[in-house]
Design a protein around this ligand. Structure first.
Ligand code: NAG
Ligand code: NAG
Ligand code: NAG
Ligand code: NAG
Ligand code: NAG
Ligand code: NAG
Ligand code: NAG
Length: 390
């Protein structure tokens, strides 16, 4: 690809991990497709598998979240000069992603055959025809009054939408038309930073007691978007926090909190508890919001499986960073993290789950995206591309 902005989509070069089959299936109205998928959810049907955004479809995705799905927003906002080895495995230069290559959201875009999402705040080289990425590294849901919280990202979306509609009314060309705003998929992946912040300051039971306000922010975001005409939501649970080298490297008195895979039970229990509540919230929203589809996907199960069954995915060292400092068992040192000049980097990132102690490698993101696209971890068990209309 010889485009000036090389972190745009590969269009026809879909990766093996994320690409579906290429036979388009006939378009179904969304409600009908949902009913069909629900009826078949106990035995996933080949009729629902594969690529369903037929020729001429223009799938649009709006994403909200933290560094797990930030494709360069924080780097643009702060003017950060993110240095190699970020991006080395795929883009071959730093793009503002905290990863050696593609993120889960990138693979999900590839599965729809659309360009990678441009960050909302990236002034040059952006193309919003396929959607906008509002995700910003470090984002939380709370407190609301800091920049780039989930609520703030939703306000940015409303700004973008209002401005688009204003320009359309003036007869101008805009990347996304009114109908596409309604038919788009709205993806949300946030909460990890909220839970982490709580766990570093409070005992477990007090942490869990603080989940309801976080969940209320996610609920509020979906309700605000729904009230504005958005109908298709795809919500990710949080990951296996207790398997992150960053958490494992915190000095501990003894190993009694480690599970059989070497992960911290307390952190993982918090993640599982959060996800159970988030899943219930999504079930509730699915009932309450008429005409909306809210899919919940359990990223904990997906990411924990990458660690527990790492050999199946070709990973050698599931609890050690590729880019970090200090060597085994975790190769993580807060003062010499991946972006510090003293960090060391592994030869082959595809053998590692963790890129920098907090974020996954491109290889792990590819495996996680494939699991998401399988629908096995989603409720209801809908395909990621079910919202596409031809
Ligand atoms: C993917 O997009 C490219 C370029 O827009 C198009 O040529 C190709 O047919 C699309 N593939 C599918 C499976 O729709
Ligand atoms: C933006 O992306 C769309 C869809 O991928 C493409 O058709 C269009 O040419 C792109 N615009 C620019 C200015 O690159
Ligand atoms: C929702 O969208 C409409 C246009 O469809 C806009 O006028 C309104 O201000 C939006 N609401 C919010 C909260 O931004
Ligand atoms: C391990 O440390 C925890 C506190 O971190 C303590 O409650 C527990 O009793 C210790 N277990 C052993 C076997 O020393
Ligand atoms: C749901 O969709 C139906 C049919 O398109 C429409 O008549 C109805 O107003 C919608 N309800 C809501 C709450 O949007
Ligand atoms: C590991 O893989 C096996 C076989 O696929 C599966 O049954 C098990 O649930 C996986 N373990 C985890 C923790 O996901
Ligand atoms: C990094 O390395 C330089 C020189 O090799 C050294 O002076 C500095 O103290 C190191 N910093 C850390 C945080 O280890």
């Amino acid at each position: 690809m010889l485009q000036a902005d090389r972190d745009r989509g590969p269009r026809s070069s879909m990766s093996g991990a994320a690409a579906g089959g290429s036979a388009p299936r006939p378009a179904l109205p969304l409600a009908q497709a949902v009913a069909l998928a629900l009826a078949l959810s106990l035995s996933p049907s080949p009729a629902l598998a594969g690529f369903s955004c037929g020729p001429g479809a223009r799938p649009v995705v709006f994403n909200f979240g933290d560094s797990n799905s930030d494709t360069g927003g924080m780097a643009a906002a702060k003017g950060w000069r993110i240095a190699p080895p970020e991006g080395r495995a795929f883009f071959h230069r730093p793009t503002g992603r905290f990863c050696d290559g593609r993120l889960i959201i990138d693979f999900l875009c590839e599965s729809l055959n659309i360009s990678y999402l441009s960050p909302y705040l990236k002034a040059l080289g952006s193309n919003y025809s396929n959607g906008v990425n509002f995700a910003i590294s470090g984002s939380t849901t709370l407190p609301r009054d800091v920049l780039f919280t989930l609520h703030g990202q939703v306000q940015e979306f409303f700004f973008f939408k209002a401005r688009s509609l204003e320009l359309i009314n003036q007869g101008q060309q805009v990347p996304i038309d009114a109908e596409s705003f309604q038919n788009a998929l709205y993806t949300i992946d946030i909460g990890q930073n909220d839970i982490n912040a709580l766990l570093s300051n409070l005992p477990y039971d007090q942490v869990v007691a603080k989940f309801p306000p976080i969940l209320a922010e996610i609920k509020d975001a979906v309700q605000l978007l729904y009230a504005n005409g958005s109908r298709n939501f795809w919500i990710h649970g949080t990951g296996a926090l207790g398997c992150l080298p960053q958490k494992l490297a915190i000095p501990r008195k003894n190993d009694s909190d480690l599970d059989q895979n070497g992960c911290l039970k307390t952190y993982n229990r918090a993640a599982v508890t959060f996800n159970a509540a988030l899943g219930s919230l999504c079930d509730q929203l699915n009932v309450e919001l008429k005409n909306a589809t809210v899919v919940y996907t359990d990223l904990f199960a997906i990411k924990y499986d990458l660690v527990a069954n790492h050999t199946k995915y070709g990973f050698d060292s599931p609890l050690m960073t590729c880019c970090g400092y200090g060597g085994p068992p975790y190769n993580y040192d807060l003062s010499r993290s991946c972006q510090s000049p003293n960090a060391t980097v592994c030869a082959d990132g595809s053998k590692f789950v963790s890129w920098d102690g907090v974020h996954l490698t491109e290889a792990a993101n590819a495996a996680a995206a494939a699991a998401i696209l399988s629908s096995a971890y989603s409720r209801p068990k809908l395909k990621f591309d079910q919202f596409c209309k031809t």
